[in-house]
Write a protein that binds this ligand. Structure first.
Ligand code: UT7
Length: 325
């Protein structure tokens, strides 16, 4: 019993921060940001908005489109690397805030691949018959871990949330496959090292900004292209489909140049790849479900179409999902 995407939803905070705004904060230029990343602006959450606050409207929108109510939900998984707290899980906060009283709820931590990992997990629970449905959410407040004095990272990220509501469907449709991968040997390429049991909360740790995101951008860039290409190929090979069968690719939105290179290396037309990085920047685990919801709303893919999701993130983690809508 595969899982069908019965509804999608998204929420972006209202506050828009443009490249021109960042030119006033760090030594950068809008031209550099646009040329090197494709980003024009990003949304930033209010200081009192948590990841679960962003997740709730996205989740409710997905449920509404599916014609479901919170009391129907059996499983909630939130992909996030900027959780409300170390614990309880952000998913537990979402469960409580929407009143999904029957649902079991937990988080999945795989940085920018968090949504694909959460989707893979929820799909297994549904296909094995344990649960009849699941809310799968990507929700991030990266502004809370960004060092706003570091021009190499602060121009890249944004906040937001996206959600899908999965229900048990018929074979031949829904989530046809998921492939997920990890390589912990590259953990220091992209991390937020402080606040756990390695760099504990001390005045020194805070002074050294160890709780902020750090990234070796260029090294990460090269691995991201290779792994996203391989994950996309794994999905197509597993299902015996070719690039021409794919109606839409929804890639993680980290950098326009990464998306261009992945399309080129797969021999696929760039127009098949959905891109909204210009307006939201990199929203980590939220980027794919936000983009999927927008793409469906714009009619870029509809019922019966094959859609390929592909992600890459810190860990390293990466993966893909092939879906027939
Ligand atoms: O989402 C999960 C995974 N994340 C990614 O996949 C992101 C991967 N990385 C990237 O997208 C790119 O590597 C970046 C956009 C982060 C950087 O682009 P790049 O072409 O790899 O640039 P670079 O790091 O090699 O830096 C080139 C130059 C450097 O100056 P020098 O040393 O050549 O003088 C940087 O200091 O650009 C400089 N630079 C900037 N200049 C103006 C770095 N950031 C900025 C900035 N404004 N914001």
């Amino acid at each position: 019993m595969p899982s069908l995407i019965s509804g999608t939803g998204r929420y972006l905070p209202e506050k828009v921060v443009t490249n021109a705004d960042l030119e006033k904060v760090v030594e950068t230029s809008s031209q550099w940001i646009v040329e090197r990343t494709g980003i024009l602006e990003r949304r930033i959450a209010d200081e009192n908005q948590s990841a679960s606050d962003l997740a709730v409207p996205a989740a409710l929108a997905a449920l509404e489109k599916a014609g479901a109510i919170p009391e129907d939900v059996e499983l909630i998984i939130v992909g996030t690397s900027t959780p409300d707290m170390l614990f309880p899980s952000t998913a537990c906060f979402v469960q409580s805030k929407i009143g999904a009283v029957k649902a079991v709820a937990f988080d999945q931590l795989a940085a920018c691949s968090g949504f694909i990992f959460a989707l893979a997990t929820a799909d297994r629970f549904i296909s094995s018959g344990v649960y009849k449905n699941a809310l799968v959410i990507g929700a991030e407040v990266y502004s809370s871990i960004i060092d706003w004095t570091d021009r190499t990272t602060c121009v890249l990220f944004g906040d937001g949330a996206g959600a899908v509501f999965l229900t048990a469907g018929e074979s031949g449709s829904g989530v046809l496959s998921t492939h997920i991968y990890s390589d912990g040997s590259k953990s220091d390429y992209l991390s937020a090292p402080g606040g756990g049991s390695v760099h504990r909360f001390t005045a020194d740790m805070i002074e050294q900004k160890k709780y902020k995101l750090v990234m070796h951008g260029n090294r990460t860039f090269k691995v991201a292209i290779k792994m996203m290409k391989e994950a996309a190929e794994a999905a197509m090979n597993h299902n015996g489909v070719t690039p021409s069968d794919i109606k839409l690719v929804v890639p993680h939105q980290a950098n326009k140049r990464i998306i261009d290179m992945v399309a080129k290396q797969l021999g696929m037309d760039r127009s098949v790849f959905y891109m909204n990085i210009g307006h939201y920047g990199n929203t980590a685990a939220a980027s794919i479900p936000i983009a999927l919801d927008e793409a469906i709303e714009q009619g870029r893919a509809g019922k019966g179409d094959l859609v390929l999701l592909v992600a890459f993130g810190g860990g390293f983690t990466w993966g893909s999902a092939l879906i027939r809508l």
